[in-house]
Design a binder for this molecule. Sequence first.
Ligand code: PMP
Length: 385
Amino acid sequence: MIRGPASSPVTTIFESTSRRAQARGAINLGQGFPDFPEPAELLEAAASAVRGRSNQYPAMRGLPALREAIAAYYRRTQGLAIADDEIVVTSGGTEALAAAFLALLEPGDEVILVQPLYDSYLPMVELAGATARLVDLQPPGWTLPIDALEAAISPRTRLIVLNTPHNPTGTALDSGTLEAIGALCERHDLLLLCDEVWEATLLDGAPHVSPLHVASLRNRTVKIGSAGKIFALTGWKVGWAVAAPALANAIAARHQFLTFTTAPSLQWAVADGLALSETWHDAHRARFSAARDHLTAGLGAAGYRVLPARGTWFVTVDLAASGLPPDDVVIAERMIDEAGVAAIPVSAFYAERAQKNYLRFCFAKESGVLDTAIERLSDFRGRIA
Ligand code: PMP
């Protein structure tokens, strides 16, 4: 018999929502990718790399030019000093996460995960033979309760997993919280896996804070990045793990037998893209903040309670505070069928569907698409609230 990890559904909510949306011809604000024009500089760089450079296996840890570009990008944008032997380039953030889970965990270990959580974490923890302990963020601010985090630590705990900026809530951890987590990790001798794939999407000009900025966490943390998110080219699947050399070596040993390497043309293009000016990166981000403000204002005027989001491409809506029944799966299905707009139920980001009061909307869509969605959702709320 073929068995997968207990927590891997055959079809994810993302896929089933998209299928239902397609069948009904609905506007899809569920899927997490933009419909904006793709960055021409990156497309051109990839095309010329395919034609002009080697298409054979590149170095296992990533093209030296890309590793240099990643280090320079983090020095410039986050003030981090990262050495070449601290970077492993992978096939997307997803592979970096998988390699890290497999490298850091032994069967019987415990891992602390924070809900709502990204859907690959739980199946990967199980594939590594470890057990997850779950801690919930506290809505509506989605704050991380440090006392609950500490209460979840046992003698078997090896790893805490964080995600900042956070999908699906769009919140980001501040340095005070990271300092407190650093103290916990030191006291209990834990490692930290920090999924920072959304690091370039803080939309109000605030700098991203990484655990690598916290002295007590510098050598205990694996930071995950993704070019797919930085450049809004989600299908490219170029990501990386950044960690102190001993951790990076262990991750590289896993990466070697997961995918071994990643398309060199895309690595060249990402290296060029990371070196683009801050003006370019700011202009790229400005489209997303305009779209966030547009959807937030439009849904707000239509009577929806939209929770503030600092980053990612998502906002969450509080159903009860919007006058709607707090049953996200039912409302999401009715929204597709009756209003022609798809969103993702936030309960899908919980192991036991514990929280049913929120829907996640992707705002990274052209403004005409957002206008139509807002109009339809305004009607929908008028009919059922
Ligand atoms: N982590 C989080 C929190 C994400 O939202 C995503 C993509 N939606 C990933 C990891 C995966 O990144 P990639 O596409 O680079 O594999």
